[in-house]
Write a protein that binds this ligand. Structure first.
Ligand code: BEZ
Length: 408
């Protein structure tokens, strides 16, 4: 289903927020490199940015947050990419893995996008990477999906990620559970690559810290019927529970967990469990400890400016998905400036992206790894009074192992 995304944010709001974002963006922009000398003089045709993100279903909030923040960052650059206007072509991924090849081909072959931004879902990311990684163009930027494979065996020169690998936020979460003195845990997650990879990473760290996983529960994606699984957890009586759900499903899980009387068993997980849903989950989210590469209360000037701009533009509170979208926009702006809009200069665009400057990211400074995945801090947070409370740095400058990545 084709969907010109813009339900969440009007152009007028974008311009309003973009003014506030411009200061932050200016601080992070780079001086056009030597490649600028080989500029695409006079080409005023739009740079086409294809978007494959979810705008319906349980991950709709994630897709909207990413899209709005990416557009906000590009609007702060005057809606120009290396001197050329920008044109967006968006498709609702519907979180459908079977439709991913067809949706990708539509954007790449029919619409001939210069840059492809997406997806949210790890299974779709792998399907897209298999297609895009075999080609020279377009450049693909993953603004959420954590599939380890995308910056592992499927890594490719033209694939970049501004979010995380599934291993990254999960491993420190397992370490934290053990540090907090828990000896046994149950893992529960949606049954697909993201859930499996995050639970494996968390369990690995928990075990290394002296803990024992007594049961792995897998819930079909994107089901939200949790009752039977929660009864099983109650019977098992673990010291702690480690969970991955996100978006609408996470809200439902948190509420059901509390309603089942399980709040006495501490709940942990990669930060997606409470990100963007803490308010909606209300009392049920209180005290839930998570690890993630962002916390909305991070006290750095870039984050304060970003939060203000995002809220002004969208009327919503900033979250990690918005930050990942904002940084995807920043990556595009910087690379296009470096080649002065020459979308054919693939090698130079790749080089500019590899060396892009994220000193002023709202999440704190980060840089691209050799596998094109962020090397970044992971923060420990806890929900207090409906918002994330930053408790400390759980892992500093954490780099994904990128197992199996052989960059051509
Ligand atoms: C994933 O499928 O990779 C994913 C989806 C939502 C939140 C985090 C990861």
């Amino acid at each position: 289903m084709s969907n010109q995304h813009n339900k969440g944010i009007s152009r007028r709001s974008l311009i309003k927020g973009a003014g506030a974002a411009a200061g932050l963006a200016a601080a992070g922009s780079i001086v056009p490199s030597r490649f600028a000398m080989a500029a695409a003089h006079g080409n005023k045709a739009p740079v086409k940015v294809g978007i494959l993100l979810p705008y319906s279903g349980t991950y709709a909030m994630l897709g909207n947050s990413i899209t709005d923040a990416m557009k906000l960052r590009i609007a702060a650059a005057g809606d120009m990419l290396g001197g050329r206007p920008v044109e967006y072509v968006a498709i609702d991924s519907e979180m459908s893995v079977p439709k991913a090849p067809q949706n990708t081909s539509k954007l790449v072959d029919k619409d001939q996008v210069d840059i492809l931004v997406g997806p949210v879902h790890s299974g779709i990311a792998a399907a897209m990477a298999k297609i895009v990684g075999k080609r020279k163009q377009p450049i693909m930027i993953v603004p959420n999906a954590g599939s380890n494979a995308v910056t592992g065996p499927l890594c490719a020169p033209n694939i970049f990620r501004t979010s995380f690998s599934n291993w990254q936020p999960a491993y420190p979460g397992g370490t934290q559970m053990a540090k907090d003195g828990h000896k046994t845990c149950v893992t529960i997650a949606w049954k697909y690559a993201a859930g499996r990879q995050m639970m494996d990473a968390g369990a690995d760290a928990f075990t290394k810290g002296g803990g024992k996983v007594i049961k792995d529960i897998e819930v079909p994606f994107p089901d939200v019927e949790f009752q039977a699984f929660l009864s099983e957890i109650a019977a098992l009586k673990p010291d702690a529970v480690f969970a991955f759900f996100s978006g609408g499903g996470a809200t439902k899980f948190l509420k059901d967990y509390a309603a089942a009387g399980l709040k006495s068993i501490p709940l942990y997980g990669p930060g997606f469990l409470t990100e963007g849903v803490a308010k909606a989950a209300g009392e049920a989210a209180e005290g839930v400890r998570t690890t993630l590469h962002y916390s909305a209360d991070l006290d750095n000037p870039s984050n304060v400016a970003f939060r203000t701009a995002y809220e002004k533009a969208t009327g919503r509170v900033a979250n990690v998905f918005a930050v990942q979208g904002y940084d995807a926009g920043s990556l595009i702006v910087q690379a296009m400036a470096a080649v002065r809009g020459d979308t054919g200069a693939t090698a130079d665009i790749i080089s500019a992206m590899e060396n892009a400057n994220f000193i002023d990211s709202p999440r704190g400074p980060w840089k691209m790894s050799k596998a094109h995945n962020p090397i970044q801090n992971i923060y420990l947070r806890e929900v207090r009074s409906g918002a994330q409370k930053f408790l400390g740095v759980a892992a500093e400058g954490l780099e994904d192992p990128a197992t199996g990545c052989k960059m051509a």
